[in-house]
Design a protein. Sequence first.
Length: 118
Amino acid sequence: MGKRVLKTFCSLIIILVLGACSQKPGTGEAVLPQDFDGIILPFEADGKWGYISAEGETVIEPAYAYAGYFCDGLAIVSDGELYGYINTRNQTVIPPKYTGAGEFANGYAAVCTGDWQS
């Protein structure tokens, strides 16, 4: 029973955090921080994920099994098994050690450790 409650709680937190970062509530309009100096987007090449600029230049070479959008200066990345966070310079800020992870919003992110299966 405890694992089921933990699994449900982690899932709900991740869903809430994922929606909090990239859109202005109620408008569907993308929002960027005032100090944001460029757009960096995830892209896939040959089964690996990296990041490109708005101009289409590769900023971070594809090396990840998964790469999320940058939010609060950090992006979720996966090595194929676990999730962690990098900054826009491709420096590991939080090593991949979570079984689930959500985007940062206002300095916080929901993460899960342990077994997702009950």
